[in-house]
Design a protein around this ligand. Structure first.
Ligand SMILES: C[S@@+](CC[C@H](N)C(=O)[O-])C[C@H]1O[C@@H](n2cnc3c(N)ncnc32)[C@H](O)[C@@H]1O
Length: 241
């Protein structure tokens, strides 16, 4: 199940205003071009930013996410009708034959449960045509990103159109590697509502992910850096032979 941040309609509506810079997606658009993808499955599509970018380019896109509130936002965006949205995860997909499957913005880390993680790798494999690629990122655990996650650094006020000012911050709750838990708090100036959501992320290292990919039959073609976050991310390009 997805975290409250993506499932609660009021919190899900903050995802795009809180993340206006999506230059992280440029490398995925380039991957779609590099592999000449005509059909793409975006796993953990959230509010649909990447799926819609591809659909605008004439690519046939399926976006899947377990958070209905995020999918509702995606569906309502301009061009939303061009994408096939599925509420669920990669373990329960209809038959597909895509050229490229993606998990952008560290979706892999949101898949904490190992059974669901392996089910996701299997589901993506089954959805790919032979020769198709799975491309996804995960934070490099060696960089210990969670050490920078604290209230002082994250506190900000965002002016959200139609909502008003939202004060937000996050705090680290627990580090029990490979799991890291933090709490996101949002205070809505318009009515004073305080919403807090806890999230847990799983940090998997390069060797572990490569082994998992091999175990599911993939060939690891490349492990790249994320150009917008140099030295911080591991970006896997894995091919279904
Ligand atoms: C950080 S958001 C990224 C959303 C989107 N990929 C983007 O680039 O904006 C993480 C997403 O992973 C989704 N998620 C959580 N568990 C999942 C699972 N088992 N399968 C697929 N998506 C999942 C959440 O609902 C959320 O939308």
């Amino acid at each position: 199940m997805a975290d409250e941040s993506y499932r609660h309609p009021r919190l899900a509506a903050l995802y795009d205003p809180f993340n206006p810079d999506r230059s992280d997606l440029d490398a995925y658009v380039r991957a779609a071009e590099e592999y000449g993808a005509q059909r793409v499955l975006d796993i953990g599509c959230g509010t649909g930013v990447f799926a819609l970018l591809l659909a605008e380019r004439g690519i046939d896109v399926v976006g899947v996410d377990p958070a209905r509130a995020s999918l509702d936002i995606a569906r309502a965006k301009p061009g939303g009708a061009r994408v096939r949205w599925i509420c669920g995860d990669a373990t329960t997909l209809p038959p597909l034959q895509v050229d490229l499957a993606t998990m952008t913005a560290n979706v892999a880390q949101a898949i904490v449960d190992q059974e669901t993680w392996h089910g996701t790798l299997r589901g993506a494999y089954d959805a790919l045509r032979p020769g198709g690629l799975l491309v996804f990122e995960t934070r490099d655990p060696a960089r210990r990103a969670w050490e920078e996650w604290n209230r002082e650094r994250s506190l900000r006020v965002t002016e959200v159109p139609g909502v008003g000012a939202v004060r937000s911050w996050f705090e680290l709750i627990d580090v029990s590697l490979p799991l890291v838990t933090f709490r996101d708090t949002c205070v809505f100036a318009a009515d004073g509502q305080v919403l807090a959501a806890e999230s847990t992320l799983r940090f998997r290292g390069r060797q572990e992910v490569e082994q998992d990919l091999l175990a599911h039959g993939y060939v690891v073609e490349d492990v790249r850096d994320a150009p917008d976050r140099p030295g911080r991310e591991l970006v896997f390009h894995a091919r279904r032979p």
